[in-house]
Write a protein that binds this ligand. Sequence first.
Ligand code: WTA
Length: 651
Amino acid sequence: MTPDPNRLDNLLVENRKFAPPEKFRAQANFNDESIYETAAKDPEGYWAKQAENLTWFQPWNKVLEWDAPHAKWFVNGKLNVTYNCVDRHREGPRKNKVAILWEGEPGDTKVYTYDMLGREVDKAAHMLKSLGVKKGDRVTIYLPMIPELPIALLACAKIGAIHSVVFAGFSSKALHERISDADSELLITADAGWRRGGLIPLKANADEAVVDSPVKKVLVVERVGEKAGVEMTQGRDVYWHDLMKQAPSTPFPAEEMDSEDVLFLLYTSGTTGKPKGIVHTSAGYLLGANTSMRSVFDLKDEDVYWCTADIGWVTGHTYIVYGPLSAGATAVMYEGSPDYPTRDRFWEIVEKYGVTIFYTAPTSIRTFMKWGTQYPQSHNLDSLRLLGTVGEPINPEAWMWYHEHIGHGNCPIVDTWWQTETGSAMIAPLPGLTTTKPGSATRPVPGISVAVVDEEGKPVEPGNGGYLVVTKPWPSMLRTVWGDDERFKKTYWSQFKGYYTPGDGAHLDEDSYVWILGRIDDVINVSGHRIGTMEVESALVDHPSVAEAAVIGRSHEIKGQAITAFVTVKEGVETSSDLVDQLKKHVVEKIGAIARPEEILFAAELPKTRSAKIMRRLLRDIAEGRVLGDTTTLADPSVVESLKQQYKDSE
Ligand code: WTA
């Protein structure tokens, strides 16, 4: 993993600064600057203090046991995550407070108070138990953004079963791979999902995915009904609503979980090999989620909070389910896409529910910019008081647009840098304290320590690019990679001793603000979704016509990055636009629509070094139309020239 100079010399110079508005500062949960210093001096003390916001069945007797890179937080503490997210609110003044305001894509709605949500979760937990699910079992969940999705997660957590959510946009093959790796005997899916008025055939995908897998039962939520035309396999498939009807309506006792018992797995792409099952545990993860709701999102009881992510990704896990619910929030959950039926759908939802905190991705903001200001302007957005972004670096123009046209200049923006592996926001402003700069995630949140280092692990001077590292353990850190602790150690902890390496490049400015430069490994970030180049290459090479493939991410105005594939075909295969379409389709089948290459270029040969390594940096230069750098290590420089020509011709 070498930092790509093309990215590192692209350092932003941005001088605009936005101090927290006085009105915001005065009411903020975190409004004492000394918190940064106090937490830096004694991170364990800080986290222990924050942990008082969780409800424990049994207190811990040690905050941290650190046997690098293995951490145990809140040793011997006992708690239950669902108890913290639902039941403790039901037992108190939030009993009849709205927990989830759900809006379906076709316009149907559902409202759950904490008490109602608790009853559904308890029934679902009884149902899962009746299907044989026990503490420690893995349950794979492949659902659209319907209420049964958070209910399923919370039911698993109440039992102590480990959930593994697979984004509903993944293909049956990707689902199969994740089911097998997690060794799940139960799959929860839906008949179908709505997407822009069309259907995602989830049950049909699930049917393919469970062939030759450990799955014994498939639990099917009816979302669409007859139109989905599903076939149920006797003895294997059961309807959610049938079993829920039979489930007892008595409370389901929360399993007493150890702080370090696994809460969930979530698969994510890496540089090499197949996706990794990132392992998160109960107490530390919940603490990261809960604390950041109060610190970064300044959550108050009166807020109406909306995170537009999908629960299929970590952002949805932490900031639709576990963060907001553990903090007793009222959260909006929306099933569909921002342009269905019209391009003002998001703003209509903000106005309808009086959303006060809004959290989305830079790729969406860039799309809204492209669509024009008439859409947000046609709605009253005055309820908004705080805006957030996540998933990729936000360019200053998009930040400014968000600030002006959505926040009307009044709302602080929290640009939150974090990862599936980190569990919760790591680098982000505290909106009542931190002066923001468009394009910078600012500084690590209290209790988190980061640095930007060179190849030797030494801190770089301000203004110079380097590797972002996290220098101290933190509660919501991943504990391992499911079934592969060696990979955990190698991927995240081997490059710099004692430091966690996220795979992002960064630089610090003179105020020690962090500017994230993006991935410096072979991971592509398309619209805020992580895709490994290796995965796409394997999918391409799997096609009978393909001999070799190299995949790169090139910069893209809306998506941040787009996938470009360079392909060499086998002897005798004719290249054609038809083959391009076939190959794209093949990738979609193997992985899912998110991995569809934007363009595929055929090459007689791929540029390689004399040691036969594909020179991805060169390919990126070609795809981004840059003047080529040093090609002296190239085995055959003419390969590059011909590729460059072809790329020009294809534009
Ligand atoms: C990128 C999503 C810049 C980064 C929560 C990271 C960001 C990867 C930001 C993790 C941000 C996320 N600024 N880059 N605010 N947030 N990233 O696991 O490259 O899906 O490593 O987690 O997204 O993606 P993941």
